[in-house]
Design a protein around this ligand. Structure first.
Ligand SMILES: [Zn+2]
Length: 249
């Protein structure tokens, strides 16, 4: 780290639990963020600010006017641009030393697997069950920690599925694919803008903890927020031994 880096990251380096060693790990880290929307926006901004060396931002969507109420990496003058490219501009403006790979398509199949295999931590910031399950399967296969967030209306939830930990459940242990018939979208039900900021920022905090090894992650715990009452609750999670995705572990 040069003097500029020491200054830029000073408030993290001052934390005894993080320090120079933790900052070096962040600078070397590679993070895959699936989705550059409401959750991916704050998550990617905080990770770029923290100096994560390389961030892959994947999203196949374009910036729409109705996104700007909450998707804080996008701007009015970038309407109709690909979200991944718009996000890359925002992250570079914040921290030019972060290498950002903008993927302007939905990662599927072997391309998704390759991206997961190359990442140290994966953030699921998407808005549909099909992608969530595909990302989870790739994380199980490559034993990568998955930081999963979701938010709709006034309800948010976040957890970590750490595939390096034999006791950790996977996303499928909790949310089997058979249950996804009643998928709801914020396009039809609405979502409180700052709620995605809270949940996405929590995902960034968990990613930083996983990369630096400090503290205790949300592995085995589902953290839920009701923003209307601002009540947080936490549910203990168990592995499903019969899980078709991770049961063989
Ligand atoms: Zn499982």
């Amino acid at each position: 780290m040069n003097d500029q880096d020491l200054l830029r990251y000073a408030r993290h380096i001052l934390l005894n639990e993080l320090g120079i060693e933790g900052q070096e790990k962040l600078l070397q880290a590679r993070v895959l963020i699936i989705g550059a929307g409401g959750l991916g926006a704050p998550a990617s901004l905080y990770l770029a600010g923290a100096g994560v060396g390389r961030i892959t931002l994947a999203d196949d969507d374009v910036v729409e006017l109705s996104n700007l109420q909450r998707q804080i990496i996008h701007t009015t003058d970038r309407l109709d641009q690909a979200k991944a490219e718009s996000g890359k501009l925002a992250l570079h403006a914040l921290n030019p030393s972060v290498q950002v790979d903008a993927v302007v398509r939905r990662l599927l199949g072997s391309e998704l697997e390759d991206a997961v295999a190359q990442a140290d931590v994966v953030l699921d910031c998407c808005d549909n069950f099909a992608t969530r399950h595909a990302v989870n399967r790739a994380c199980v296969l490559h034993r990568k920690p998955l930081v999963s967030g979701a938010a709709i209306r006034f309800a948010g939830q976040v957890s970590v599925y750490d595939m390096r930990d034999d006791a950790s459940p996977c996303y499928h242990c909790l949310f089997p694919e058979a249950d996804e018939a009643d998928e709801v979208s914020c396009a039809t039900t609405g979502v409180l803008g700052p709620l995605v900021g809270i949940i996405g920022s929590t995902q960034a905090a968990e990613a930083i903890k996983l990369i630096t090894g400090m503290g205790k992650s949300l592995t085995g715990r589902l953290l839920c927020l009701d923003a209307l009452t601002m009540q947080w609750s936490s549910i203990g999670l168990q592995r499903d031994p019969a899980c078709p995705v991770c049961g063989h572990r």
